[in-house]
Write a protein that binds this ligand. Structure first.
Ligand code: GLP
Length: 264
């Protein structure tokens, strides 16, 4: 383990290109399975986006016992999509996590971005934060990273002390998300997200990044200052973090992580 700040452990691994998404998925699924088998996975924090999909597929294929007691909390949700919209993160979590793992729908929580008033959205944020806090945070939290350096939807400028709230999405994120929507004007501009400090309450984190387009965000997160300018940099203050990268996502790191081979 590499020491992070304040007595934390941060381990960065580069997964062999030949193993690709499946290799990263297997490695992350090992962490989740280890906690589940030890009876320590009361609360599983899940992320959307493409990065963790292989983790869920791998976990589902293992057919592990014990899932019926696990409570699942997602990181974020778009504001403004109607309930049941197939592009909502609630729909993604249903399809990619709940159904494949056979979880009880009552145990799967996604922030509610459907309220049509600011007061309604604020109440939904407060309720979500309270529900997760009441469980003491996630036991394992999966994370992707946005090209902006976001975790959840905490864009640059998000205070490291932030909690679940409504946020404006960065223009880059809106552009990145446009591929899921028919017309550019349909892409949500706002989201509900767990705050950086909410995410920090998890006991273990596994952050996954793949591809050259993530390389600069990964470098800023792991080697730049711990700062709201790169919310993902906060992982260096978290208790127990495993960062899983493919060689492209690791390509701008100046320090050689585990599994990356000798420096050129
Ligand atoms: C969205 C999600 C993030 C996720 C990011 C990366 O913005 N809100 O939680 O980390 O996508 O997505 P991908 O894994 O598809 O690159």
């Amino acid at each position: 383990m590499t020491p992070g700040r304040g007595g934390t452990t941060l381990r960065v691994e580069v997964v062999d290109e030949a193993d690709g998404a499946e290799g990263i998925g297997r490695r992350a699924a090992d962490v989740v399975a280890e906690e589940l088998a030890a009876g320590r996975l009361a609360t599983f924090g899940v992320a959307t986006g493409s990065s963790p999909l292989q983790v869920y597929a791998d976990l589902a294929a293992r057919r592990l016992p014990g899932w019926d007691a696990v409570e699942v909390f997602a990181l974020d949700e778009y504001v403004g999509l109607p309930a049941g919209d197939p592009r909502s993160y609630a729909a993604v979590v249903e399809e990619e996590v709940r159904a494949p793992l056979g979880l009880d729908p009552a145990r799967v929580h996604v922030p509610d971005g459907t309220a049509t008033t600011e007061a309604g959205l604020a109440a939904a944020c407060a309720a979500y934060e309270a529900a997760l806090t009441a469980r003491g945070g996630a036991d394992v939290q999966l994370l992707g990273i946005g090209a902006t350096g976001h975790i959840g939807f905490n864009e640059p400028g998000s205070p490291l002390s932030s909690r679940t709230r409504v946020v404006e999405l960065a223009a880059t994120t809106v552009a990145d998300n446009a591929r899921f929507f028919a017309r550019p004007e349909d892409v949500p501009r706002r989201a509900v997200t767990q705050g950086v400090a909410t995410i920090a309450t998890a006991r273990r984190h596994v952050l996954i990044a793949r591809g050259e387009h993530k390389a600069e965000a990964v470098r800023a997160a792991l080697e730049g200052p711990v700062s709201p300018a790169c919310p993902a940099s906060a992982v260096r203050t978290f208790a127990d973090v495993l960062v899983l990268l493919d060689p492209a996502a690791a390509s701008r790191l100046t320090r050689v992580p585990v599994g990356a081979g000798p420096a050129a």
